[in-house]
Design a protein around this ligand. Structure first.
Ligand code: SAM
Length: 271
């Protein structure tokens, strides 16, 4: 059975490496989840030492992810490609989308095999949701993946989620060109939701330093660089903002605090 965490706590699939921290598990640790190991918690704890609002940043990002998915589903989007989806948590893209439209289809993509192991256990009986292990740096492999072909219809609008994942690409990996490759494949009327670690305060640079040293990835970029990822698309109000300010359900309290400003993003529509 794939439900290994609950059936045999000592068994780990061989592809899960617990000797080195993984991005998905460190993020889970920041969120206060249980699907992480000592090596991952060590990174989160060191990060929190330099940036005590790290957990709040992750929670705000996740809350904005769900507001964006709900918004897109309400606009009629019924198929979502969630790249760098992370480990399943309290709520997830497919549940949010399917609360608006029970027929909405969701494909989760992550390059960390632990995501597949956990998500499969969760999704065993869900025919509208799929999960696969693939790398966002290989868009064609994702578009042509057997789990995607015939399940998502790229001739119709989709909701593409690149939420808190593009900051795991180095400048030398051409993040803009890569995002453009995804945008090019989206039908008119599609939406892109993207959030990104934002170098809006010196304290964020300290957290970035911990992530780059201990995890090897996690680059903060400034607002203008984040805005550029949406080039060629029509921004949905209020544009690219700190995540708590994106169509909040309750009035936002200012100052936002470091947890509120460390991630920025938005949603935009392909004309
Ligand atoms: N999107 C979720 C959210 O915002 O709550 C999770 C964000 S988490 C910070 C980043 C996720 O991206 C991790 O699960 C990590 O494994 C995944 N990731 C990092 N680099 C990736 C790549 N090259 N291809 C696919 N997934 C990647």
């Amino acid at each position: 059975s794939l439900n290994w965490t609950h059936e045999d706590p000592d068994y780990l699939p061989p592809e899960i490496d617990t000797s080195r921290p993984s991005i998905a598990r460190v993020y889970d640790a920041f969120l206060g989840g249980k699907d992480n190991f000592a090596v991952d918690r060590a990174v989160a704890l060191e990060g929190m030492k330099h940036f005590p609002d790290g957990g709040e940043g992750a929670r705000q990002n996740r809350a904005m992810l769900f507001r964006g998915v709900k918004f897109m589903a309400e606009q009629g989007i019924d198929q979502f490609l969630d790249i760098g989806s992370g480990l399943p948590t309290m709520d997830n893209t497919h549940s949010v989308a399917q609360r608006v439209n029970p027929d909405a289809r969701v494909v989760y993509v992550d390059n960390d095999p632990i995501v597949l192991a956990h998500a499969r256990a969760l999704l065993r009986t869900d025919e509208k949701t799929r999960v696969l292990t693939a790398d966002m740096r290989e868009p064609e492999k994702i578009f042509n993946h057997p789990e995607v072909e015939g399940f998502l219809d790229f001739s119709r609008p989709i909701g593409l989620l690149l939420v808190a994942v593009v900051h795991h690409l180095g400048d030398d990996e051409g993040p803009e060109g890569l995002v453009d490759a995804y945008k090019a494949r989206m039908a008119p009327g599609s939406y892109l939701q993207l959030t990104h670690f934002c170098s809006c305060a010196p304290e964020v640079r300290a957290l970035e330093g911990v992530l780059l040293t201990m995890l090897g990835t996690g680059r903060a970029r400034d607002m203008s660089e984040i805005v550029r990822f949406f080039d060629g698309l029509e921004p949905v109000e209020p544009g690219v903002v700190h995540v708590p300010e994106w169509r909040p359900e309750r009035p936002v309290t200012y100052p936002l605090g470091l947890g509120g400003i460390c991630i920025a993003g938005g949603v935009a529509r392909k004309p």
